[in-house]
Design a protein around this ligand. Structure first.
Ligand SMILES: Nc1ncnc2c1ncn2[C@@H]1O[C@H](COP(=O)(O)OP(=O)(O)OP(=O)(O)O)[C@@H](O)[C@H]1O
Ligand SMILES: [Mg+2]
Length: 376
């Protein structure tokens, strides 16, 4: 039994106590009334005993009966009112024990809307949070394992060919100059890739641990993007990719660390090339508003599965298809992009479907009045 209109538990206890007291009084009244009837009957019949004298029931017995019935009635009544609450409390205690033993899959049933219900709700929320944290840890552990094998693979592959080519150059003394130059060129490219990989790893660790001192300057985002596109032209030509850059025309000023911004968009453009080769087209749209500029990098080709969209910004995460197609890479690119956007008080979003994969970066515009914004 529960008085659902009284939501506060202590008020409810007081109400139950009052109700139990009233019921006890009623019962006591009934007992007094019945005893009087009994006394009259025994007086008329002349019955005498240890309990009943000529003036009716002896006072000590009367008191004893009243106290006994009073206590029993009160306890019984209070217990009936409290039964549901006690059993619910027991249920919560059992569930807390289950949670402490690692069961995060069975939420506690929320009954009513009092403090116990809100305790159950909070416990359910806690259970969910712990489960999410564990899931994230599991994913991080999984991606870390992936990293070890991926980095080992990324280092071993170029290293094997470097050693192979250098071995040939060393052993084949009669090798003609053209072949030797070609091999040296290959070795150089592979060594460059190794250098890039280690730089990426070191850069990421620095970003992760806030060891980086930002060199903030006022820079024109359009100019930066044009420079980047110029630098990447050989790759666009190599894969026959057509690039379109839409922007408002005049400068778009932001306050940022130029090198990091170049890294952010460099990573996005590299991904657009790597995963959008088949789409043969990359679109960049820069749309400044009053306080923010939105830059969209769009490519066609690989669609990132919906269930993987949330994970691609995690460090060392590479989608199932990238892993299976062996596109190469450590899965650090987007984690770096995300960190750099955060460092500049910006955000990054992604959507991917048959209409294309779109990475959208929001960055705060330079405000001439406001100096020294809060950049980490
Ligand atoms: N433009 C894109 N189009 C389709 N898929 C993408 C795109 N950019 C990223 N992805 C997917 O997201 C995953 C994570 O990208 P991220 O740049 O972090 O790592 P990576 O490219 O695999 O390696 P790295 O950039 O460190 O060399 C990629 O493996 C790829 O599957
Ligand atoms: Mg990448």
């Amino acid at each position: 039994m529960k008085l659902s209109f009284v939501k506060n538990y202590s008020q409810r206890i007081i109400t139950y106590l009052i109700i139990s007291g009233l019921v006890t009084l009623l019962v006591e009244g009934f007992i007094i009334f019945s005893l009087r009837g009994m006394e009259n009957y025994f007086r008329r019949t002349g019955y005498r005993s240890a309990m009943f004298g000529p003036d009716g029931m002896r006072p000590e017995y009367r008191m004893m009966i009243l106290i006994m019935f009073g206590i029993i009635t009160f306890i019984l009544c209070f217990y009936i009112w409290m039964r549901d609450t006690i059993s619910y409390l027991n249920l919560i205690i059992r569930k807390v024990k289950d949670i402490s033993e690692g069961d995060f899959d069975h939420p506690i049933e929320v009954r009513g809307n009092d403090e116990f219900a809100s305790m159950a709700q909070n416990l359910n929320q806690m259970q969910k949070n712990i489960k999410d944290i564990m899931e994230r840890e599991r994913l991080a552990e999984h991606t870390k394992n992936d990293l070890v094998s991926s980095v080992a693979h990324d280092i071993r592959t170029p290293l094997t060919s470097i050693l192979g080519y250098l071995g040939w150059v060393r052993e084949k003394k009669d090798m003609d100059d053209a072949t030797r130059d070609k091999y040296i060129e290959i070795v150089y490219d592979k060594a460059k890739r190794l250098e890039q990989l280690t730089n990426e790893l070191f850069g990421f660790v620095k970003l992760e641990h806030n060891e980086l001192k930002l060199q903030i300057t006022r820079l024109d985002l359009i100019q930066l993007m044009e420079q980047m596109l110029d630098e990447m032209t050989p790759s666009f030509v190599k894969y026959g990719i057509e690039v379109e850059f839409h922007h408002p025309g005049n400068s778009v000023w932001i306050e940022a660390d130029g090198e990091l911004m170049a890294r952010l968009f460099g990573n996005l453009l590299n991904n657009a090339i790597k995963y959008g080769k088949e789409g043969k087209q990359i679109l960049i749209k820069m749309e400044p508003g009053t306080d923010w500029v939105v830059t969209k990098v769009v490519n066609y080709g690989h669609v990132i599965p919906k269930e993987e969209l949330d994970s691609i910004f995690l460090k060392f995460y590479r989608t199932e298809q990238s892993r299976s197609r062996n596109t190469g890479g450590t899965g650090l690119g987007l984690a770096i992009v995300w960190q750099i956007a955060q460092l500049h008080n910006g955000t990054i979003r992604v959507k991917s479907d048959l209409q294309g994969t779109v990475f959208e970066v929001d960055l705060p515009l330079y405000q001439s009045g406001k100096k020294g914004r809060n950049l980490r």
